[in-house]
Write a protein that binds this ligand. Structure first.
Ligand code: ADP
Length: 686
């Protein structure tokens, strides 16, 4: 410190004293720069101008005084040591000054003490400054510490808050989970990978038939029947393997017995994507399953019943036609004999009755087939002009008998409707025969055709108008009901009351409509609407000139094998073929006999009944087809089950043609003529 230059402010008016002080300090080795002032203004200016290490002040000066100087110094430079250097300061006064904060006092008369006083004051000041700095450091450190503590406390408080709110959240979500588990109608289960139950809902207790305490921590094998546990395990394994949710139908054995659950099992994955548990949510579907099973059972039952119905239809068709075959067949044969007029009339009565019965059977069967959905239709573009021509030619004789004219407009061959040709013909025959039957003598039947448009989905309309009595509005309501003849049953006009009901059902089955407009005393107009179609491909017409019946009878020669177990039918065919003297008839009562005879006699044609005692006609056809030697022999199926479906099936198995019982004599002769060499052609009256 002695080396440092001391800056001293000396309040002193006496130049000698000033010098003495400086000399004394210098003599003691204190390097000083002393600024001397003797007035208040100078003193203040000096203190404000720079910092001093020591202030020395005389007590009384002419223009200033040490007391005031001390007060000013305390205000402007409180850290700077203040030493009174005076000749006048008494002991008491000095103590007062020291109490007021003066550092020391030195009497001028003992100035030799000044250096020591300065040194001490200087040391004390520097110690004080040091202490203050240390205190400052401590204060700062304290403050820092306090700040840090405050920060930590705040952080702790925040952490505590978070923890508390987390705890609250956890408590809430736990309560939520419990509420869901306890009140959900679903059964919920969580199992670990060792199949131990970790969590279950109340509903699951029911499905596992045990209280929760008896389930948690146990495996399914310990809780449910082994077979059921195996199923649950297998389903869990699948979910664990695929890591995907999956739906299952699972059994359970609850208080009500064995039930069915619809379960969704899904894996629970940890942060790394590994499966750590399986969750299963189930609802009971026992009742639903039961009703589904019942519906399925009812459907099977209905299908069975339907099958039984169509089998019954087939049997009916067969059983009713077989005796009719004998009645109509022999009556037709008789009709061809030279008979006396009244006998011929009797035969025709039999024929008429038989045909009426046949008609009735056919129509009833058709209606039943439509109702049961067993009507098989083959819809195709059908040329309207062709069908009209064919039906008009059939009805014309009946019309002629009653002096009724049938007017047919010219219709282009291209005009076609989408329908089943056979069924459309059947409808048109019905409408035309009604228009003739219920017309007045000498009346008129007019056919009209309004083509539709395929593009605009506008149907084509075919109308048959008559000039009959017309139908009253009340009767119109009953017109299409089966067996409803509207009083015609009391007249001589024959009918079954089924024609219109069947015609309408057929039209609808073909996607069309059938209706009527009628005016009493003016006549009725029956119409049928069907989808318009593109022109049908022109079937190659049979251009061969028709041979005369006599020429055909002579040209037809060869052997015909008739496979049939019903002897009445065999005799009928014998009688029919008597009209073909060149034809030899060979008879086989069974399928096996037939196959042997085919090889032995090499017939030119085979007539085959479908119901044989030892095998079905289908089997006989298959055997014939399998052998290249017999495959080429034409086989004609003769059947009473004349559904179009059966006819198509038989032709697919190799049958050449199909003849329907009751047999039409003309049809039999035509088919035999075609197969045994004579030119084809229709022959109704041989
Ligand atoms: P069916 O002619 O066999 O009696 P339909 O079902 O064809 O049976 O006709 C039912 C009834 O409708 C007939 O009995 C007849 O009374 C009446 N009917 C049908 N067509 C005409 C018609 N064109 N004019 C007047 N009445 C008709």
């Amino acid at each position: 410190m002695s080396g440092a230059l001391l800056r001293i402010l000396h309040v002193e008016d006496d130049p000698q004293d000033r010098e003495l002080a400086q000399a004394t300090l210098a003599a003691d080795g204190l390097q000083c720069r002393v600024q001397c002032v003797d007035a208040r203004g100078e003193f203040e200016a000096a203190l404000l101008g720079e910092t001093f290490d020591i202030i020395l002040a005389d007590y009384s000066l002419p223009r200033f005084d040490g007391l005031t100087a001390q007060a000013i110094a305390r205000r402007l430079a409180p850290q700077t040591p203040f030493i009174f250097l005076s000749a006048t300061l008494g002991e008491e006064l000095a103590i007062d000054r020291l109490k007021e904060g003066a550092t020391d006092y030195v009497l001028k008369q003992r100035i030799g003490r000044l250096p020591a006083a300065v040194r001490r004051a200087r040391r004390e000041a520097s110690e004080r400054a040091e202490r203050q700095r240390a205190e400052e450091d401590v204060r700062r450190l304290n403050a820092e510490l306090e700040a840090r503590v405050a920060d930590r406390s705040a952080a702790l408080a925040a952490a505590h808050d978070t923890l508390a709110s987390r705890e609250q959240q956890w408590r809430e979500s736990d309560q939520l989970l419990r509420a869901i588990l306890d009140h959900s109608p679903m059964a919920m289960i969580v199992k670990d990978l060792e199949d131990r139950y970790l969590l279950i809902s109340r509903q699951a207790e029911l499905f596992l038939a045990k209280p929760r305490d008896a389930i948690i921590g146990r495996t399914s094998a310990e809780i449910v029947a082994p077979r059921i546990a195996d199923i649950y395990r297998a389903h869990d394994r699948e979910v664990i393997r695929t890591k995907l949710p999956a739906q299952f139908e699972e059994p359970f054995f609850g208080p009500g017995g064995l039930g069915v659950l619809a379960s969704t099992r899904f894996p629970l994955l940890d942060d790394t994507g590994a499966v750590y548990a399986v969750c299963c949510v189930s609802t009971e579907i026992t009742a639903r399953k039961k009703s589904e099973d019942e519906v399925q059972l009812a459907r099977l039952e209905a299908e069975r019943a339907n099958l039984a119905k169509s089998e019954f239809l087939s049997r009916m068709s067969h059983d009713l036609r077989t005796p009719l075959n004998a009645i109509l067949g022999f009556a037709q044969v008789l009709e061809l004999e030279p008979l006396e007029a009244d006998h011929l009339d009797n035969v025709r009565q039999i024929l008429s009755g038989g045909r009426h019965l046949l008609n009735l059977i056919n129509e009833v069967l058709d209606i039943t087939r439509i109702e049961s959905g067993h009507l098989s239709l083959s819809t195709e573009p059908v040329a309207v002009a062709d069908v009209i021509e064919q039906t008009v030619s059939l009805i014309k004789p009946l019309a002629a008998q009653r002096g009724i004219t049938i007017e047919v407009p010219p219709i282009a061959h291209e005009e076609a409707v989408l329908s089943d040709r056979q069924r459309l013909t059947q409808i048109l025959i019905n409408l035309l025969s009604n228009a003739v039957k219920y017309n007045r003598i000498g009346g008129r039947v007019t056919i009209a055709f309004a083509p539709g448009s395929r593009a605009r989905r506008q149907p084509s309309r075919l109308t048959v108008s008559d000039t009959g009595a017309g139908i009253s509005p009340e009767s119109l309501k009953l017109l299409f009901q089966p067996f409803e003849r509207l009083g015609a049953e009391q007249t001589a006009t024959e009918g079954t009351g089924l024609g219109l009901a069947l015609s309408r059902a057929l039209a609808q089955a073909m996607g069309g409509r059938l209706g009527v407009d009628s005016v009493i005393d003016q006549g009725s107009a029956f119409w049928i609407e069907l989808p318009a179609a593109d022109a049908p491909s022109t079937a190659a017409a049979d251009l061969e000139p028709a041979a005369t019946p006599a020429a055909r009878a002579i040209a037809t020669r060869g052997t015909v094998l008739y496979v049939e177990d019903n002897m009445a039918n065999v005799r009928l065919i014998e009688r029919i073929l008597k009209r073909r003297p060149g034809v030899e008839l060979v008879h086989a009562p069974q399928g096996t006999v037939a196959l042997a005879l085919v090889r032995e006699r090499r017939p030119n044609a085979i007539l085959l009944d479908l119901h044989l005692p030892d095998m079905t006609g289908d089997e006989v056809l298959r055997h014939l087809w399998a052998d290249p030697d017999t495959r080429t022999i034409p086989a004609v199926v003769v059947t009473a089950d004349a559904t179009p479906g059966i006819a198509r099936r038989l032709q697919a198995s190799g049958a050449t043609a199909c003849l329907t019982k009751p047999l039409d004599v003309g049809d039999v002769l035509r088919v035999v003529d075609e197969l045994l060499g004579a030119p084809a052609g229709s022959e109704k009256h041989v």
